[in-house]
Design a binder for this molecule. Structure first.
Ligand code: PHE
Length: 292
C-alpha cells in the first residue's frame, strides 16, 4: 500500500510540472509570435556531385583492390628514364617525338628539347618507380593524369587519365592476365561481358595485346557505339618485357609478370554514353549534375 500511495503522488507531481511547463510555453509562444511557422520543413541545402572521372576511377580502384592490388602514385613531370628508357623505348622510338610528348625546356636559350624532363605520357612511369623501390611479389595499380601533344577533338585531348596495372611474381602466365582482365570487365560492365585479345605492340610488353570488351549497349549485335562490330577497345596489355625487369634490377630468370593500361575517360564515355571527351573538362554544371 505504501508504494501504491507513493506512485500516485509521484504521478500527480509530474503531471503538475508538465502542466506548468505547457502553460509557460503557450504563453511564450503568444509573446514571441513573429509570424514564422517553425513546424515547416527547412530549405534543402544543394548537394554537389562527384566528377564522372572520379566516380569511374574509384570503381576501377575498388575492383582491383578486391583482388589484392594496392595503389601507387608518381610525379606528372618525369625524366626520360622513367617515362621511356627504362620501359624499353629505343632512342629513336617515334613516341619520344615532339608530336606526342610535351617536353619541358629547362634551357631557355635552346629552342628544342634538351632531353631532360617531360610531362608523363602514361602512368607506366609509376610502375618503374614501384619496381625501383619494392621487391616482388608486386601487385599494384597506378591511376593518374597523363599528357599527350594531340589535337583536341571529340575523341582526343592533350591530357586525360589512366589506370595502369602491374603484377610481378614467380611463374605468372598469360592465362593469369586474361583471367584478371575478364574479372575486371565483368565487374565493370556486367557479368555477361565477354573479352577478346588482339595482338598488338608496346615496347615494354612481349607479347602485347589490345583488349576489347563486348558492347554492352547492343549486347554484341552491332550498334553505332561499337561501329557495328559488337566490340569496344578498352585497354592495352601484355607480359612485361624482360628488359624492363632488368632495367629495374630484377632478374627475369626469377620473376615475370603482366601489365595493362586503360584510359578512364574512355571507360566513362562507354559507361555513361558520353559522345565528346571535352565535356569532362568544361565544368558545365548541366553536365556534372547528371552524376548525382
Ligand atoms: N602504357 C600504355 C599506353 O599508355 C598502356 C599499356 C600499359 C599497354 C601496360 C600495355 C601494358 O597506351
Amino acid at each position: 500500500p505504501y508504494t501504491t500511495l507513493f506512485r500516485s503522488k509521484l504521478k500527480q507531481t509530474a503531471e503538475a510540472i508538465c502542466e506548468q511547463y505547457r502553460e509557460a510555453f503557450e504563453q511564450q509562444e503568444e509573446n514571441t509570435s513573429d509570424g514564422l511557422d517553425y513546424t515547416l520543413p527547412g530549405e534543402a541545402m544543394p548537394s554537389g556531385s562527384f566528377h564522372p572521372i572520379t566516380l569511374v576511377r574509384s570503381r576501377i580502384l575498388s575492383i582491383f583492390s578486391r583482388i589484392g592490388f594496392n595503389v601507387s602514385d608518381g610525379p606528372e613531370v618525369e625524366d626520360d628514364w622513367h617515362n621511356f628508357s627504362a620501359l624499353n623505348f629505343l632512342p629513336e622510338h617515334p613516341a619520344r617525338d615532339m608530336q606526342d610528348t610535351f617536353f619541358i625546356n629547362l634551357d631557355p636559350d635552346k629552342e628544342h628539347y634538351n632531353g631532360q624532363l617531360a610531362l608523363r605520357t602514361h602512368t607506366s612511369s609509376v610502375q618503374i618507380r614501384v619496381l625501383d623501390n619494392e621487391k616482388p611479389p608486386v601487385r599494384t595499380i597506378c591511376p593518374g593524369r597523363v599528357y599527350r601533344n594531340e589535337a583536341i577533338s571529340a575523341r582526343a585531348h592533350c591530357f586525360f587519365h589512366q589506370v595502369e596495372g602491374l603484377y610481378i611474381d614467380e611463374g605468372v602466365s598469360f592465362a593469369d592476365l586474361k583471367q584478371t582482365l575478364l574479372y575486371f570487365a565483368q565487374e565493370m560492365f556486367g557479368s555477361d561481358a565477354k573479352i577478346r585479345l588482339r595482338p598488338s605492340y608496346f615496347p615494354f610488353t612481349e607479347p602485347s595485346a589490345e583488349m576489347d570488351v563486348s558492347c554492352q549497349i547492343c549486347k554484341g549485335k552491332g550498334c553505332n557505339v561499337c561501329k557495328y562490330t559488337g566490340w569496344l577497345e578498352i585497354m592495352g596489355c601484355g607480359m612485361v618485357d624482360p628488359n624492363v625487369l632488368k632495367n629495374c634490377g630484377i632478374s627475369p630468370e626469377e620473376y615475370n609478370g603482366f601489365a595493362f593500361g586503360m584510359g578512364i575517360e574512355r571507360i566513362a564515355m562507354l559507361l555513361y554514353q558520353i559522345g565528346d571527351i571535352r565535356m569532362f573538362y568544361e565544368n558545365d554544371v548541366r553536365f556534372l549534375e547528371q552524376f548525382k
